[in-house]
Write a protein that binds this ligand. Structure first.
Ligand code: ADP
Length: 337
């Protein structure tokens, strides 16, 4: 059994892709878990995952498969993480936020808002007391920036017995309902844009983390359970050369790729039996994700791909990353029942 649920999502062809390649796509669907990947430079390859979402998949399909178990676990004190991975333009942010977190019809609502809605529905219907807190941070060039308070631009990651790994000093806002959450999330997203303009940075070059901390006290046994949900919209995974970057921008791109390659190294170590030497400390990103990937929480990876043959090399690299991640094995004590 894998420790991480790994899914693939092919977004619909964009207008530009359709213009360049008509309706051609880089895969042939086999079933809801596998497809043949066609790359003209290489032989066809069959890929299998826990689930494949093709172009016509709805946001609710992705949510129901990936997030529902994570939300119910969080209420029972088990941490959960959902990560979107893929090249820029592959549909990571669309899957997380929808086309826009504020102005979005119900059908297009992304994972973040759906997680919040479901959290409150579950908590309200349960007996006992609860609190939900939201933090939002961005990792850029190995600095963790607080998106709910831009004056905190270099947060440190710490570990404690009670909290596990956490971001020290990150703003935590108590949220009471969905609209409260939406207001704060949109503030965080707006802050991200402000910071990016100040730093002349495109959002595709930073990792964005939405963190929901849930405390749920059951009236029956009076135990307080603490669960955390971390949603991670990763920076674009494309090769630096493809971005045409130079100078400072090239250095930045290399550092960003470094944290993604640190993630790749962590996954390699976890899948090749080198569990004693997993380099979680090599980047801020992997350190924050240590609990998620190291085994004491539920984790899901959504590999986002363009369906266009013109993006086949990047899509192939994303699919290979997903395949490796699927090989992470759960240690028997770590997987929640
Ligand atoms: P990324 O975050 O990976 O850089 P985006 O999520 O911004 O990519 O997606 C790129 C473009 O494709 C956006 O215009 C987005 O609205 C569109 N898009 C992505 N996924 C879908 C989808 N499943 N359905 C419709 N449009 C999508």
């Amino acid at each position: 059994m894998s420790n991480v649920t790994v899914c693939v999502r092919f977004r619909p062809l964009s207008h530009k892709e359709r213009k360049a390649n008509a309706d051609n796509v880089c895969f042939r669907k086999l079933d809801s878990e596998s497809f043949v990947f066609k790359d003209e430079r290489e032989d066809d390859v069959v890929f299998s995952f826990d689930k494949v979402f093709y172009e016509d998949a709805q946001q609710s399909d992705v949510y129901n498969f990936l997030a529902v178990p994570i939300v119910s676990d969080a209420i029972n004190g088990i941490n959960g993480t959902i990560i979107t991975y893929g090249q820029t333009g592959a549909g990571k942010t669309y899957s997380m936020e929808g086309p826009s977190i504020l102005h979005c019809n119900e059908q297009k609502t992304g994972l973040v808002q759906r997680v919040v809605d479901e959290l409150f529905i579950c908590l309200r219907s349960s007996a006992g007391t609860w609190t939900v807190k939201l933090s939002m941070v961005e990792i850029y060039l190995e600095k963790v920036r607080d998106l709910l308070d831009l004056s905190k631009d270099n947060l440190q990651i710490k570990e404690s017995k009670t909290q596990g790994i956490y971001i020290a000093g990150a703003t935590e806002i108590s949220i009471l309902n969905s609209s409260d959450a939406l207001e704060n999330l949109s503030q965080g997203i707006a802050n991200r844009a402000v910071g990016e303009t100040q730093m002349n940075l495109a959002s595709s070059r930073s990792h964005c983390l939405y963190i929901f901390s849930v405390q749920h006290g059951s009236t029956s046994d009076e135990r307080v359970k603490m669960g955390k949900i971390i949603l991670v919209d990763l920076a674009g995974s494309e090769k630096v050369e493809k971005t045409g970057a130079e100078g400072r921008v090239l250095d930045e791109a290399k550092t960003i790729n470094k944290s993604l390659s640190a993630l790749g190294n962590v996954i390699n170590a976890l899948t090749t039996g080198k569990q004693n030497h997993v380099p979680f400390r090599d980047s801020k990103l992997t350190r924050i994700l240590q609990d998620a990937l190291g085994g004491n929480s539920r984790a899901a990876l959504l590999c986002c791909c363009s369906p266009s043959p013109s993006n086949a090399p990047e899509s192939l690299s994303t699919l290979r990353f997903g395949t490796r991640t699927k090989l992470i094995k759960a240690s028997p004590k770590s997987i929640p029942e």
